[in-house]
Design a protein around this ligand. Structure first.
Ligand code: MN
Length: 727
């Protein structure tokens, strides 16, 4: 078991004036509580928290965090309590222990609601104190190192979780060493055979690699030291997981992977970085497409380095990374390289904390996502995505996942800016909402007050924040709409039985219906009706006697009498409340109100489309109607004519004639002969001696209307006949 002194020595090295008392106290407390406990492997349990503490000392963590590492399993596995830890140590330490304990209990692979919710809470805590996640990462590293002792099934589960979640988090925090170890260990358990094979292949070539590394090292040092005596060079074989990933993505065999070796040059300053690059390129031919300048353009996690791939000795491709010592220490331990200590405690300046806002920002977005499982999904997306950085018009840098669009930018500024975003100016040029942001772009968001999110936005946005905000908006909008529809449907039905929503609400506040269907609020009930999940016929018997309903049903089954023209016209412009009376079938929804749009007045035979309209149920338009085309697509419903229904429909004709007497009389005679009723007519004369006549006729469908139009066209003096919508 690792000794406490070894850990304390490590801490003293980077924090000479640290208060080691808290670490010693934690050791005493935890060793007492874990006494007698053993791990699956048989070794004393206490070895585990000590190893975790040791890993964290390697990341140069503050003494509170190291104490937390030693205490991290006490509350979960021993009689120790958070209260006790608060008293003996501090509320801060207790809070961190609590965070780690909760994270321990989660299974991210198939999270149920409860676990996902726990995770979400934990992420909050993380956003407040990122050290919790560092302890958890170290805990995971040690558990992965000792995973052998676990059952097969559990091993795979833990390894998958590590690969999916913890390795990306480590990467995001820039802790490359832990990330690499976590990936390789997960790889080992997830694909044991591939891993073993690859491991053997690398091992078989180890003697060759060793010699080769030495040769390149020597050559580099000889060329570098005259100019930069402090330069250091190291070489290594790449990690198995990254080799395997390359084989996978490029469909290569192990023999075909040519850049298995990576070299690192560390120098004193940035000028020397570029100087070394010149030296490297002077020795071996660079593959220019593989050059990356992460010094000028750091990665999202703050990583800086020059990466180049050259054709080295024996035509082997080798990668060379060049960086300063400072960049190197950040490159290895990431965020942890920035901890500043004052008497062993963290003392970060605001601008230093600012550097971590990218991860913090990501985590804080958690707050906005209501659905915990959704949150987990989007968090994973954000953790994996490559990052681009763009500038605000004021020159501030903002980071986004690759593929992000102006929508993501807009939502990052403010939810309202997002909701009303119409587009953006990128580097002074207008772009659409689905433009993919590129590093270095300057982005200015354009908004309009009447703009609102629609479903298509979900295809454009890439960040968790934007996606969740858009979904939230659409959900609310849909719900509001359904509540409106549900309300009118119910009211309409009640009115047919001499009651109304108002009357019912007055009597008993709808409680009968709410109780009967287990709804908490009237809005819930309306929404269900409006969504069509719930038919209004179920609610009616609560307010209308069953005998009355039966009588109505019987009446409806009688054949309808021929409606008069007046019935027809008034009936058509009134909302049609009865399903059986609607000439339109609505896909998947029963009992919805239908209204015919006055802008295009569809007739049976026309291609039609329905739109959910607040308070009016479904409004039916012709599918080529300009107004309909402008309506939000997510309100659209598939509708079709019910051919069984033979209800006369009002259609409007606009007729231009030469201005002559008796024109209107002749028109009505012609139409009347075709057994079509004219329900309204209006005539006026223009200055050019033309007559404008508008007729409203009641026809059964488009074909009948067409023959009416043909009949009118044949009349002497008629210049044109067209179908119109407005009187
Ligand atoms: Mn643990």
């Amino acid at each position: 078991m690792i000794r406490l002194d070894a850990i304390l020595d490590q801490v003293r090295e980077y924090a000479p004036d640290a208060d080691l008392g808290v670490v010693r106290k934690a050791w005493v407390y935890a060793s007492k509580h874990h006494a007698g406990q053993r791990r699956k492997s048989g070794e004393p349990y206490f070895a585990h928290p000590l190893e975790v503490a040791n890993i964290l000392a390697g990341l140069r963590m503050d003494t509170d965090t190291i104490a937390v590492a030693i205490l991290h399993d006490t509350v979960e596995d021993t009689p120790a309590t958070l209260e006790e830890i608060t008293d003996k140590f501090s509320p801060e330490i207790a809070k961190m222990v609590d965070g780690v304990t909760k994270l321990d209990k989660l299974d991210f692979r198939n999270p149920d609601e409860h676990q996902a919710e726990n995770f979400r809470k934990l992420v909050f805590a993380m956003a407040r104190d990122i050290r919790v996640i560092l302890v958890k990462l170290a805990d995971r590293v040690h558990n992965m190192r000792t995973l052998e002792a676990m059952r097969d099934e559990k091993r795979v589960r833990i390894a998958q979780e590590t690969m999916d979640l913890y390795a990306p988090i480590a990467n995001r925090l820039g802790i490359v060493t832990l990330k690499g170890e976590l990936e390789d260990l997960s790889f080992k358990y997830l694909h044991p055979q591939v891993y073993a094979e690859l491991n053997a292949q690398v091992a078989a070539r180890a003697p060759y690699f060793d010699k080769y590394i030495e040769r390149v090292q020597t050559q580099l040092m000889e060329s570098l030291s005259p100019h930069m005596p402090e330069a250091e060079v190291s070489g290594r074989v790449k990690r198995l997981w990254s080799i395997w990933q390359k084989m996978q993505s490029k469909q290569l065999t192990f023999e075909e992977v040519h850049d298995l070796l990576a070299f690192r040059i560390t120098v004193q300053n940035i000028a020397q970085c570029y100087g070394s690059l010149g030296v490297v390129h002077g020795l071996w031919a660079p593959q220019s497409e593989r050059f990356k300048d992460y010094i000028a353009q750091p990665k999202a996690n703050g990583y800086q380095s020059l990466h180049t791939t050259v054709v080295g000795p024996e035509a082997q491709r080798i990668e060379v990374q060049i960086r300063t010592d400072e960049m190197h220490s950040f490159g290895e331990i990431g965020i942890a390289a920035h901890w500043k200590y004052k008497e062993g405690h963290l003392a970060l300046r605001p601008e230093e904390i600012e550097k971590y806002t990218k991860i913090r920002q990501l985590l804080q977005w958690a707050e906005d996502i209501e659905d915990s499982r959704e949150f987990l999904d989007v968090l994973k997306v954000d953790l994996y995505a490559d990052q681009v950085y763009v500038y605000t018009p004021r020159g501030d840098i903002r980071w986004f996942p690759g593929g992000a669009t102006p929508l993501d930018f807009a939502y990052a500024i403010h939810t309202e800016v997002g909701h009303h975003c119409t587009g953006a100016r990128v580097n002074g040029r207008m772009v659409k909402l689905n433009y993919k942001l590129r590093s270095g772009d300057t982005v200015e968001i354009l908004t309009k007050p009447d703009q609102q999110p629609n479903k298509d936005w979900l295809k454009s946005a890439a960040t968790s924040r934007a996606l969740s905000k858009i979904r939230q908006y659409l959900r609310k909008e849909e719900r509001d709409r359904s509540i409106g529809v549900g309300k009118s449907v119910l009211d309409q039905e009640l009115r047919r039985f001499k009651s109304s929503l108002k009357a019912v609400t007055k009597q008993d506040g709808l409680r009968k219906a709410l109780d009967a269907f287990g709804k908490r609020t009237a809005e819930e009930l309306f929404a269900e009706i409006g969504y069509g999940r719930f038919s209004v016929e179920k609610v009616l018997p609560l307010y209308v006697g069953q005998d009355v309903l039966d009588a109505e049903k019987a009446r409806q089954e009688q054949p309808e009498k021929e409606p008069t023209a007046l019935d027809t016209i008034t009936g058509i412009f009134r909302k049609i409340g009865r399903r059986s009376g609607s000439p339109v079938r609505i896909d998947g929804m029963d009992g919805m109100l239908t209204t015919f749009a006055r802008c295009c007045r569809p007739l049976p035979g026309d291609h039609i489309v329905g739109f959910i309209t607040r308070g009016k149920g479904v409004t039916v338009h012709r599918s080529d109607c300009k107004q309909a085309l402008a309506l939000p697509r997510e309100r659209r419903l598939d509708v079709e004519w019910d051919v069984q229904q033979k209800i006369p429909h009002a259609a409007m004709l606009e007729i231009i004639t030469v201005d002559r007497p008796m024109m209107l009389a002749e028109l009505s005679k012609t139409v009347g002969k075709m057994n079509v009723n004219i329900t309204r007519a209006e005539a006026r004369t223009t200055r050019e001696d033309r007559g404008f006549i508008t007729l409203e006729v009641a026809v059964s469908d488009v074909n009948q209307l067409r023959s009416v139009m043909r009949g009118i066209e044949r009349l002497q003096g008629v210049i044109s006949v067209s179908r119109t919508a407005n009187l």
